[in-house]
Design a protein around this ligand. Structure first.
Ligand SMILES: Cc1cc2nc3c(=O)[nH]c(=O)nc-3n(C[C@H](O)[C@H](O)[C@H](O)COP(=O)(O)O)c2cc1C
Length: 419
């Protein structure tokens, strides 16, 4: 799609806060208007010390809102604005606004708008280097990222204090690029909430040793990332892994199969779609010893107790939710996977022969066969796990459309509540 069409007619709220870089918001407004976006500027009180609302009003062609409490005229209220925008961009974003939003404070027009919006939120921080590296600020930023806010990283360069350092507002072209990417993202899963499980589980024998498997969590993480990129609100529950959780995804780390079961039971209620890619251990040691078991000449016998079959338990009571499972098989791939699909009441199963080169554990690629409830079988070639994830999700979107169901999450905002 040409860039003009991408931004044409899109309603963008541009939030401006009290940074010395606020004057650059005029240029951002101009660039957005040039691409035929509709820009609605909202300024904090501090921002008005740095740039005049009149400048932004003239450039955007729309009234600029600076007050939460004002005589209501015929113009839109902040709630109208928040419910109709395609994107909320805060550029520049001060440490203060990021801190306030991360704790849910809504004491001025911009913070109130952020809490009321359901659109994607982009923030371009700008501040002094010491502020940028401040641990409290970092924590606030990370918290917002977990709730789905996207950040446009500041740059290294000359700061207003005259010194060089990190914290300079990202370049205008980088900000416009980020806006385009956010708008371009396919929104097929928009408004849907998806739970993805990933990784291995660890079943402790004692405080030092455990039983686990070779799952790297790569497939599950790729699914979570792709679901988020398609507009979904994603909860990722994963066993231990060194991978970094994808940006914008709510991440829950568990260790054992029983912990995963508890987390899944708790969170499955609130989603429309469940994709279970974790390699959950089938057994756990009946007794996890305190301390470290001493090395014995006669060896060690570990008694194992079966773990709950999480997918089967969830499948029993899934209602109209869409449930996708994974089957890692060594032989009789199709027959075994088809059996699992039926036994666990799944809508779709993704089967892979783990003995095949370029498939299964630890590698970046996968070779999968997708089997639907209607018994349609599709074998995919060797693809990257990201590509496999996108193809799986495309099929999920088809199922959602065919079912025509209302998401349970239609009233859930993009800024998720912390619980
Ligand atoms: C000259 C000057 C420049 C400032 N520049 C920044 C800045 O770049 N980034 C920042 O986080 N705060 C900056 N501040 C501090 C903020 O203006 C201050 O924290 C204010 O409360 C922010 O309010 P707001 O977030 O509601 O806009 C600056 C203050 C002054 C006086």
């Amino acid at each position: 799609m040409p860039e003009t069409d991408l931004l044409k007619g899109k309603r963008i709220i541009l939030g401006i806060t009290g940074s010395i870089a606020a004057y650059k918001a005029a240029e951002i407004t101009r660039e957005l208007i040039k691409r035929e976006a509709q820009v609605y500027v909202v300024m904090t009180k501090a921002a008005t010390h740095f740039i005049s609302p009149l400048t932004l009003q003239t450039l955007s062609g729309n009234p600029v809102i600076t007050e939460l409490f004002y005589e209501r005229g015929p113009q839109e209220t902040h709630i109208d604005l928040a419910s109709r925008n395609d994107l909320l961009l805060i550029a520049p974003a001060t440490a203060n606004i990021i801190g306030k939003i991360s704790t849910g404070i809504a004491d001025d027009i911009l913070t109130t708008l952020v809490l009321a919006t359901t659109s994607p939120i982009l923030m371009a921080p700008a501040m002094n280097e010491k502020m940028y590296y401040n641990s409290i600020f970092k924590e606030n930023m990370e918290k917002l990222a977990r709730y789905g806010v996207e950040f446009i990283e500041p740059e290294y360069g000359e700061l207003s204090c005259g010194k060089k350092g990190m914290g300079r507002l990202a370049s205008i072209s980088k900000i416009i690029e980020a806006v385009k990417t956010a708008l371009k993202r396919r929104k097929d899963l928009s408004g849907k909430r998806i739970l993805v499980t990933a990784g291995p589980t660890q079943e402790p024998i004692d405080e030092v040793r455990y039983i686990a498997n070779r799952s790297s969590a790569k497939m599950g993480f790729a699914l979570a990332r792709a679901a988020y990129e398609m507009g979904g609100k994603v909860i990722l529950i994963s066993g231990p892994t060194l991978l970094k959780p994808p940006l914008g995804v709510e991440f829950i780390q568990i260790r054992t199969a029983l912990e995963m079961y508890e987390a899944v039971k708790e969170r499955f209620k609130e989603v429309d779609i469940g994709i279970f890619a974790a390699a959950v251990a089938d057994f756990h040691p009946s007794k996890a010893h305190r301390g470290k078991i001493k090395k014995e000449e006669k060896g060690l016998v570990v008694e194992l107790t079966p773990n709950p079959d999480i997918l089967k338990e969830i499948g029993k009571d899934k209602g109209s939710k869409i449930l996708v499972g994974f089957a890692a098989e060594v032989e009789d791939l199709i027959a075994n996977a088809s059996l699992k699909l039926k036994e666990k009441n799944l809508d779709m199963i993704v089967a892979n022969r783990i003995s095949e080169e370029g498939a299964g554990f630890e590698v970046d690629t996968n070779i999968v066969t997708i089997i639907s409830k209607e018994e349609a079988i599709e074998k995919l070639p060797q693809l990257s796990k990201d590509e496999v994830a996108r193809l799986i999700l495309k099929k999920v979107v088809d199922m959602v459309e065919a079912a025509g169901f209302e998401p349970v999450t239609s009233s859930v905002r993009r800024m998720r509540s912390p619980n």
